[in-house]
Design a binder for this molecule. Structure first.
Ligand code: SF4
Ligand code: SF4
Length: 351
């Protein structure tokens, strides 16, 4: 609870500084930049959000290195990679070894399938944190991923990374109507794997899940999830994904830190072909796109774009404007808004 309270104070202070500086014409650099590096993947998960778009080209090695140099010069602290499956890129290790020479903290989000005894040592060296997806006990995880070896590979990669002294390992789980039944058993598995963080998010209306609304959580399932997190948050080191939005009175019971969508303040995402948007989950479309790093300097895109996140007036839809939580919430997750499920308080009748 103390952490939650401190995070609230810290966030209020940060927002104040951010807006004051902005009024004076200065925008703080993003602390985290996510590189959505490829749409290629060896698996096809039933809820995969990355299936929402396809690209004919990807940024090449030199273009990404130039981006890294620009970010390091600008003052960005973290450069993390997601996909698709990032380990499908043959130049991934070269790129992240380079990022380390530029002083950036690095992160990798992967399904773990391609991690072996040899490359786990390299990964532990060039990535400060590694996030592996695990969406259920063996049978459920393999069914979701459509691959009989997926669970064994993911759990095995965690053990290999631990042996290689990886500095931080996170298990990431997306809860849907099809895997919530395995949540307690998954908790036991995560505990036995001994990871640093267990990140739990809920399914989003994009990619494969966007076409299958049956995967969304019912009110009963959502309350079950909150109850599970509340009772196990400390023991299982659970961090609840920000995509669940602001949870009213539940927020302090289930989160370690107060809800905040960091897009436009602390973070943004550089996509497969260099298009810049808020986060990897946002579709790469006209509404979310802020520019392209091959056509415009990244710093300019960050400073001149992202207005809808920073300008209070354009922030919330009508139903949020009279809400008592609007300062904490700011309208919830932008991706959940795509299917009008950004307000768990309304959607799940939380109070
Ligand atoms: S009504 Fe809007 S501001 Fe209020 S909690 Fe819901 S999403 Fe957030
Ligand atoms: S838009 Fe949603 S998924 Fe993206 S960073 Fe914000 S809360 Fe997270």
């Amino acid at each position: 609870m103390l952490n939650y309270f401190l995070s609230k104070v810290k966030l209020r202070f940060f927002k104040k500084i951010f807006f004051l500086l902005r009024q004076a014409g200065f925008v703080l650099p993003p602390r985290f930049v996510v590189w959505d590096c490829t749409r290629r993947c060896n698996l096809n998960c039933e809820h995969c959000g990355a299936k929402k778009e396809k690209y004919a080209t990807e940024l090449n090695t030199q273009q990404v290195k130039t981006l890294i140099e620009n970010l390091a010069d600008y003052g960005t602290k973290y450069f993390v990679v997601t996909g698709g499956e990032p380990l499908m890129r043959k130049d991934l290790f070269e790129i992240f070894a380079f990022a380390k020479t530029k002083g950036l903290k690095t992160g990798l989000a992967t399904n773990g399938f391609f991690i072996d005894a040899k490359n786990s040592k390299i990964i532990a060296k060039i990535f400060d944190s590694v996030q592996i997806s695990l969406d259920g006990p063996q049978e459920i995880h393999n069914k979701i991923r459509g691959n009989k070896k997926a669970f064994q590979k993911a759990a095995g990669s965690i053990n290999l990374l631990k042996k290689s002294n990886c500095r931080q390992i996170t298990v990431s789980s997306v809860v849907t109507s099809s895997n919530i039944k395995g949540l307690t058993d998954l908790g036991k598995i995560v505990e036995s794997l001994g990871v640093d963080i267990w990140k739990i998010s809920s399914v989003m209306p994009i990619g494969n899940a966007g076409k299958n609304k049956n995967l969304y959580l019912s009110q009963k399932d959502f309350l079950k999830l909150l109850g599970f997190v509340k009772n196990n948050k400390e023991r299982l080191k659970i961090e609840l994904g920000e995509n669940l939005g602001f949870l009213g009175e539940y927020d302090k019971k289930v989160r370690r830190e107060v809800f905040f969508c960091p897009v436009g303040f602390l973070t943004c995402c550089v996509g497969v072909n260099g298009n810049v948007r808020g986060c990897p989950e946002q579709p790469d479309n006209h509404y979310f796109r802020e520019g392209n790093i091959l056509k415009k300097d990244f710093r300019k895109i960050w400073q001149e774009g992202f207005r809808k996140y920073r300008d209070k007036k354009s922030l919330q839809d009508k139903s949020c404007q009279e809400c008592k939580f609007q300062n904490n919430c700011r309208g919830g997750c932008w991706v959940m808004r795509l299917d009008n499920i950004n307000c768990p308080i309304r959607h799940y009748h939380l109070q």
